[in-house]
Write a protein that binds this ligand. Sequence first.
Ligand code: GCO
Ligand code: MG
Length: 412
Amino acid sequence: MIIDKAEVIVTSPDRNFVTLKLTTDEGHVGLGDATLNGRELAVVAYLREHVVPLLIGSDASKIEDTWQFLYRSAYWRRGPVTMAASASVDMALWDIKGKAAGMPVYQLLGGASRTGLMAYGHASGKTTDELFDSIRAHLEKGYRSIRVQTGVPGLKAIYGIASQSADTGGGEARYDHEPARRGAKPTEEDWDTRAYLRHLPGVFEAVRNEFGPELPLLHDGHHRMTPIQAAKLGKSLEPYDLFWLEDCTPAENQEALRLVRQHTTTPLAIGEIFNTIWDFKDLIREQLIDYVRGAVTHMGGITPLKKTLDYAAMYQVKSGMHGPTDISPVGMAAAMHLGLAIHNFGIQEYMQHGDRTNQVFQQSFTWAGGYLHPGEQPGLGVSLDVDEAGKYPYEQAYLPYNRLADGTVHDW
Ligand code: GCO
Ligand code: MG
C-alpha cells in the first residue's frame, strides 16, 4: 500500500475547511481534517510544502511510524499548525486502513465500548427568554445535554451567543453560519468579568427551575477569567450541578487549575487549544481536570489522542472532544470512531454542519435520541465531492477578539 497521490483541498461551503486526500497505488482513498479556524492557509502551506513531498512513495500501512517520523524529523515539534497537519495524515491513514480491511475505524481501535455517544449542543440567548427558546429548540432537535451561554447586561456582543440576525430559529451560536465572520478583519467584542460573574449564577438557577435537575448542563468560560475569578464562579455554580465548566482560565497556564480545584467541586474541562499529551500530562496526573477537550484535528490525530485518553483513563479523567462546526465532518467522524472505542468516553460536542457542508462531505454517522454513532462504512465513513467543494473557494475569515471598557485587549 504505497501513497501515490496527496492533495490538499480547501473549500468554504459554510466556512473554511482544509482536507488532506491520500490515494494509494491500490486505489484506496483516505481523508484527514487539517482545519485550523482563522489560520487555515498556514496549515495548507505546511502540508503542501513540507509534508506532501515526504508522503509520496511511502507505505500507507505504517500509521504509528509515519506519525513518529513527522513529529520527530521536523525537530520543531508541537504547535497548532504542525499538529493539525500531522493529524490530517494520521486520520487519512486510519481511513485507508479501515477501507483496506473492510472495517469501520472504531473496529480497528478495539471495537465499540458503547452503543452511542452522548452529545451536547450549544444553546444561547441574549436574554433568559431567548435562552429558554434556544434550549427548547435543542431539545426538539434531539439533544439531551446542553451547553448554556448567555448575554450579560451591559455587554453588546459576546462570542458564542447567537445574534438575532443570524439566529436560524435553533438558537445556533453566531459563529455557526454567519457570513459576517468572514472578512479581512476580526470583529471586536466587549467584556466585563465582574458583570458576568454577577449574572451567570442567576441564569443557571432559572434554567434549573425551568428544565429540572436531570438535564446535563455545560458552560464554556472561554479562557476569560483569572484563577480566583474562576474559583468563585465554580463555587457559585455548584448548586446547579454542571456537567462541566470549560476553559475557565487561559489554557496556557495549567498551574492555575490547582487554585481553581482547591475551591470548587464543579467538574472542569480544558484543552481544545492543546496540541499534545504534554499539555495534558500534569493536569491528568494531578487530577486537576475531569474532561480532556482535545480534538483529533488539533491533537495530531487519532493515534496520539488515543494515547492521551488511555493515560487519562488511569485517573478517571474522561473524553470531551471538541466538536464545533470548525471541526470538519472528517474530523468529527474521527472523533466519533475514537469515542466509540475508548473506555473513558465522557461526552461529545456536536454542533450541526450546514446543508452546503453536508453536500460537500457525504457522511455515514447517525444522530438519534441524543446519541451519535459513526456508522458502519469501512474507514471513517466520509467522502468528499471534489466538484461540489470546488464551488466554494477559500474566503478569509477571522475569529473575533475582546476589549475591556478601557480598551485593553482581553481573552475572548
Ligand atoms: C467550543 C469552542 C469553540 C471555539 C472555536 C474556535 O467550545 O466549541 O470554544 O467555539 O472557540 O472552535 O475555532
Ligand atoms: Mg470551548
